[in-house]
Ligand binder design. Structure first.
Ligand SMILES: Nc1ncnc2c1ncn2[C@@H]1O[C@H](COP(=O)(O)OP(=O)(O)OP(=O)(O)O)[C@@H](O)[C@H]1O
Ligand SMILES: [Mg+2]
Length: 333
């Protein structure tokens, strides 16, 4: 079965066609450049850009996949969490297509989409696994008992890890969105240059906190002269990244051990981080466990993961309701 996926929850307009929840036929992603001059996403600008681009992106995805609507057996679109205006554009477009052509429709939880990216790409992944969803808006450790059955072990009490990466990038003058730029710069830096706090590292829960780390970096940078900042830019990026990542690594390992889970996945934009991937893979391997992560394009927002989650939902529960509305604060479990 071919599944058409549509994702417009934030500032990526994306349409994908996948086959049977495993094979990507196309995954077209337009990252809206309009927001960079504002240093963050402007919801109204995002909605208008989705409106302008959804049809051409849809056509491109169908053409690249070499299919027509006659070949589509399921339409899936993100219903939340996300920005209400942007969500409505993709959701309404998807429902319109499905209704006009009598194709079953499934509304998708964006976070379930992120975790499904791993199921889509790794046939060898255990049904029961631990996942760290770490993105621009979320930082959560979830035990996946099977697709659709989740226990949230812990999440952030304040900011998401991706938000901290973006904020640090912004105050260091690296631009927006900055996570990938911090990662790239950190490769050349000395991660032991400055010891930033590791929030809640010693705390025995699986909760996270990133607002204090963000502030610690801001206060530290405030005291530096422009010359010092210029000289140690890469060292500071690496030192911040080390602090942010260490907490993710330690808590994920601890959760996998305590809950006796063999396979671990990471997903969401920060799962593209090179230090997180390498450090966590190494720690898990030493503990006899295995890490899986999606390719870079499937970490940040994309419609292939939404199509995959829609397909697994459809297999579990059948078609969804055509009346499904956008839910900005939709919960995973
Ligand atoms: N290599 C990287 N290292 C660290 N952070 C990264 C990297 N690449 C992307 N990011 C971060 O990932 C985030 C974007 O991820 P994603 O698109 O999943 O978030 P979102 O959709 O805005 O949030 P959510 O999924 O929680 O609704 C941004 O904060 C970005 O800075
Ligand atoms: Mg996302």
């Amino acid at each position: 079965m071919n599944i058409l996926g549509i994702e417009t929850s934030c500032d990526e307009t994306s349409v994908a066609v996948i086959a049977d929840g495993r094979e990507i036929l196309s995954n077209v992603i337009l990252s809206q450049a309009e927001h960079s001059k504002f240093g963050g996403v402007v919801p109204e600008v995002a909605s208008r850009t989705h409106l302008r681009t959804i049809v051409p992106i849809y056509r491109e995805a169908m053409e690249e996949a070499g299919v027509s609507l006659d070949d589509i057996g399921l339409v899936a679109a993100t219903m939340g969490p996300g920005l209400v205006g942007p969500l409505l554009v993709g959701l309404t477009f998807a429902k319109g297509l499905a209704f006009a052509r009598s194709i079953p429709f499934v509304p998708v939880n964006h976070m379930e989409g992120h975790l499904a990216a791993n199921i889509l790409q790794h046939a060898g992944l255990d049904q029961r696994h631990l996942t760290l969803i770490v993105s621009g808006g979320h930082t959560m450790l979830v035990e996946v008992k099977e697709f659709g059955e989740y226990e949230i072990l812990g999440q952030t009490k304040d900011d998401a890890a991706g938000e901290a990466f973006d904020k640090v990038a912004k105050i260091m003058g690296l631009g927006y969105p900055g996570g990938a730029r911090v990662d790239k710069l950190a490769v050349e830096g000395d991660a032991t240059y400055f010891k930033f706090p590791r929030p809640l590292l010693k705390d025995d829960t699986f909760q996270f906190s990133y607002s204090g780390l963000k502030t610690a970096v801001a206060l530290y940078l405030n005291k530096l002269s422009p010359a010092e900042l210029d000289k140690h830019r890469a060292d500071i990026a690496a030192s911040f990244q080390e602090a942010a990542v260490e907490v993710l690594v330690e808590k994920t390992l601890r959760a996998a051990q305590r809950h006796n889970i063999r396979h671990v996945t990471i997903s969401g934009g920060v799962a593209a981080n090179s230090r997180l991937r390498q450090w966590l893979a190494d720690r898990l391997e030493k503990a006899g466990k295995k890490l899986f992560y999606p390719t870079g394009e499937l970490c940040t927002d994309n419609a292939a993961m939404i199509a995959a989650a829609g397909y697994y939902r459809f297999q579990k529960d059948g078609a969804g309701e055509m009346v499904a509305n956008a839910v900005p604060y939709l919960k995973l479990a």
